[in-house]
Design a protein around this ligand. Sequence first.
Ligand code: ADP
Length: 305
Amino acid sequence: MRILAIGECMAEMAPTDAPSTYQMGFAGDTFNTAWYLAQLTPETPLSYFTAVGDDAISSRMLDAMRESGVNTQQVRIVPNRSVGLYLITLNNGERSFTYWRGQSAARLLAQDKQALARAMTQSDLIYFSGITLAILNPDGRAALLDVAQSARRAGKRIAFDPNLRPHLWDSPSEMTENIMQAAAVSDIALPSFEDEARWFSDKDPAATLQRYARAGAETIVVKNGAETVLYRTGGAEGSVHVPPLASVVDTTAAGDSFNAGILAGLATDTPLPDSIALACKLAGHVVQGKGALVPINQSLLDSCL
Ligand code: ADP
């Protein structure tokens, strides 16, 4: 199975222990998922679709993607643009994020609809998120969903994490309408209950599950922080207990790494409850480390697979 992740990767400036000194890295929700996935199933062909600029930082980002095992051949290069950037500020241990991404090349990733269609044709499982949609203009969103729908009709599987980020949308209703349009072209929905409850008024995780099932997703996994994960697949429903953790350091990329566990399971034909258990183990490791991309050691990898 060939996997394609679509979205925006940004340059990250993270504070180090030395005052006024930052370490540069690269991260972004769908890329984080690809980064974990490349380690979970290195034998699975994995590509990232985005747009970057033609400057030095853009080529460093592409190098970093390739070094992490992600194929970048489909990435669009947009002259005179660059990649988005975010800076992390620590205040009494709390991380806050400042973004410069309004003009990023990734906002134009759906401009070349044929390139997008070609990338999907060369894949079997396609993954994108509500953030992927949010950064596009209305034409770009329509192009992405149209191409995804055609890919689905051609037998590809579409996986979608709503990843609700109201500040990236003009209004909450624009966000919720677009999210449900994306859900309607998806086979696999990976929502997080806390966000869904807030923006869709779901009274419990079962309501989130039912809403995505009604939208047409065949497989749904509802994440809920430290609480039980609910799922539905092929008409069967169930739940998976989340192993409790002694401490949580930083929940950045909890959902992204969790999704990598689910996609890895799909790529290896693992039964969904087992993939969810794997996803919980990986996400549990990630929330006990700092930052989006927490190194995974071999013993964790061995225990995941
Ligand atoms: P998101 O990052 O999308 O909001 P969640 O917060 O629901 O996603 O977390 C995703 C997964 O990360 C959970 O299903 C769980 O496996 C793991 N996780 C997150 N927070 C905790 C926690 N406090 N204790 C144990 N596992 C956690």
